[in-house]
Structures are given as C-alpha cells and as structure tokens.
Design a protein around this ligand. Structure first.
Ligand code: HSE
Length: 294
C-alpha cells in the first residue's frame, strides 16, 4: 500500500499564460492498494459531483503508466481524499493526473523518471503549467519543444496567498474558447517583459515589484468579463496586493502581506456577495514540495 499527496497549483500568475505555475499548500491525498480489480472511492471536496466509477482522470492516468511501461495491471483500490476545490483554477485536474501517474510509477518501483512524468502529465492535460509544479513543487517555468517539456523549478520565499473562489460554473475549456486566436505585437511585448519580472519578484519575495508587473493582456480581460463579478473582484484585489486570475479562473489569487490577508479576504467575498455570488476564501502559502509519498 502506498499513500501520496499532490498539491494545488495556480497557473499563469498573470502574464505567464500556459508557462508559469506555483504549487500551493493545499493537498489531495490518495491511497493505492494492489487488488484483484480496479476500484475507486473519493471523499472530501466535490466528492458528490465526482465520478466514483473507476474510470476518471485519475484512474485513466494511472492505467496510462502501465500501458506505456508495458506492464500488466491486475487491479488496484484507489481512495482519494480531496482538499482542492473543483473547477476553481487551482489545478484539480492536474492534481488528479499527477496522482494517477505518480501512484502508478511508485507501485511499479519507478520505471519513469521525473522528466518522463512531467511530459506524460502535460500530454494528458494539454499544457504543462499546472502539472509541472504539481509534480515538482515551487515556482515552475515550463515550455514545450518538439521532443520534450523543459522545466525549471525555483524556490520562493514564504509569501501569504489569498485565493477567493466564487461558486459559479466555469470550465477550463470555456475559459480557453473565449480567447482570441491571435495577439498583437504590443500585447505580446507587454506580457513578455512582465513574465520575466514576475519570476524575479516571486523568487525575491518582492511584493512591490510583483504588484507592478502581474498584469496581463492576453487572457485575463477576455475571461474576467464572463465571470460574474470577476472584474470588480479583480480590481478590488489589486488594491490589497498583486492579483491575477488563478489559472483559467474563476478564482482570483492575490499575494498580500500577512497582516492584510483576512481583511482582503472579507472584502473580496463581500464584493462577490453584493453581486449575489456566494464565494469562499482560502489563505495559503507556496509549497516547495510537489507530489510525494507519505
Ligand atoms: N494555462 C491554463 C489556462 C491553465 O489559462 O487556460 C488552466 O488549466
């Protein structure tokens, strides 16, 4: 029997669309036990909505490792306890993929190295920015070449992170479908310099710089206008710290000073409430650990 845990992640971090991701101190735990057939149970966040049959993102990712390694799979009992909210912009699907492939790789006594796990997870997810930090922890920059996913992982200092999640329906595929197919040179230039500076600001824990450079022109405005109260909450978050849409949304992530976190949380929830949207806030921090065995 093995037990692992996998962190939530926040992708993009403003301008770093599909390239930057940060592991957060919010965890799903999954237990794998060899058995005669495949069974799956889930408890915790979103359990009532999740497919409890042994055919879902986690179990499919688990099986994929056996196929790739050409190993017969007898069966396995998988028990998941979820803390990462679903459809929130906190990498719940990346966590499911990483849990599946990491668990299978451990049970098979590690035929795949970390690079192979990142590549496989990115193939399943379609982009690497959540799966890479879910596997590696910390702040991860990733890019896809013809033959590989190149990642660089950076330690970042302790920071206080507020995430506010509205209870609205907002799927990643919708969030991607509202984006334009092309961007202007001016908008590309706007994002390129800022992305490099976001990395520098996070590595140095420089909140003032982060607040100046976390803006984006290639995805956030197209998405925020479809998220109920999204623009108002994002604008309010910017008054408290460095704010961005977390991943594809709908959550807003805000890097704040520790003493401002509770006040910022109440205020952002209040902005959602005033527009009739229930929401909840989580105060967390970066995680230097990615998926690991317990
Ligand atoms: N980079 C992705 C996006 C993250 O913004 O669409 C969401 O999975």
């Amino acid at each position: 029997m093995i037990k692992i845990r996998v962190p939530a992640t926040s992708a993009n971090l403003g301008p770093g669309f599909d390239s930057l991701g940060l592991a957060l101190d919010i965890w799903n735990e999954v237990k794998f036990e060899e058995a005669d057939e495949m069974t799956y149970q889930v408890t915790g966040e979103g359990a009532e909505k999740l497919n409890q049959k042994p055919k879902n993102l986690l179990t499919n990712s688990f099986k994929r490792v056996y196929e790739i390694c050409d190993k017969p799979m007898r069966g396995v009992n998988i028990q998941a306890y979820n803390n990462i909210p679903h459809s929130s912009g906190l990498g719940s699907s990346a966590a499911a993929i990483v849990a599946g492939i990491y668990g299978a790789n451990e049970l098979l006594t590690k035929p795949l190295d970390t690079n192979a796990l990142v590549k496989l997870a990115a193939e399943i997810e379609g982009h690497p920015d959540n799966v890479a930090p879910a596997l590696l922890g910390g702040l991860v920059v990733s890019t896809i070449t013809e033959s590989e996913v190149i990642t660089r992982r950076y330690e970042i200092p302790e920071l206080t992170i507020l995430v506010v999640k509205p209870e609205v329906q907002w799927q990643t595929h919708t969030a991607r479908s509202v984006l334009p197919n092309t961007v202007s040179r001016a908008d590309a230039i706007f994002n390129i310099g800022r992305t490099a500076l976001v990395i520098d600001a996070l590595r140095n824990g420089d909140l003032d710089l982060l607040q100046k450079v976390m803006d984006d022109r290639i995805h956030q405005s197209y998405r925020l206008k479809h998220i109920p109260a999204g623009v108002a909450v994002y604008e309010t978050a910017k008054q408290f710290g460095a704010a961005a849409l977390s991943g594809a949304g709908p959550s807003i992530i805000c890097f704040v000073s520790a003493e401002n976190a509770e006040k910022a949380k109440e205020k952002l929830i209040d902005v959602f409430t005033k527009q009739g949207i229930p929401s909840r806030g989580l105060i967390t921090q970066p995680s230097s650990l990615g998926g690991h065995k317990l």
